[in-house]
Design a protein around this ligand. Sequence first.
Ligand code: AMP
Length: 170
Amino acid sequence: MNFEEYIRDIPDFPKPGIIFKDITPLLAVPEAFKGVIDTMAEKVKDLDFDTIVVPEARGFIFGSALAYKLGKKLVPIRKPGKLPYEVVEVSYSLEYGEAKIQMHKDALSKGEKVLIVDDVLATGGTIKAIETLVKKLEANISGVLCLAELSFLNPREKLSNVRVETLLKY
Ligand code: AMP
């Protein structure tokens, strides 16, 4: 199955110069979504991990389906003001300005093995920030898994020495 056929390019969204990879057509075709989750499961079948960590909002979609399929624990990462309990936080730079993300401070235990899952790996800034949060709780990163990689932005250069798996490369 060619998943690229189900991803729609939206030029100049959310701002001029960005080509947004819209995954909603893929979600609208049950066999395509199922195919992605099954392929994601296949990509990490030899990886040792306990927990899937996912950023809002599109990371939730793929990560939760994968956690259900593989019987893994799931931990959400959110923007400030959304998580109800005490949090750990990290600030990171976007193309323009700064962003912050948070995770519950009891979400991970020391030594817990984590797989980070998201839809699009662009500059790698978001995954790098999640790595920082995971390390704050002394958990370990087993790998990173994303549906699509914008390889022309060289995201892998930003990430530490972890295994990065993607299903599509642009
Ligand atoms: P980055 O931190 O630059 O790797 O950006 C990754 C995050 O932003 C992911 O959570 C993506 O959902 C989103 N993102 C960045 N660029 C795009 C894009 N061109 N199309 C769709 N989502 C994007």
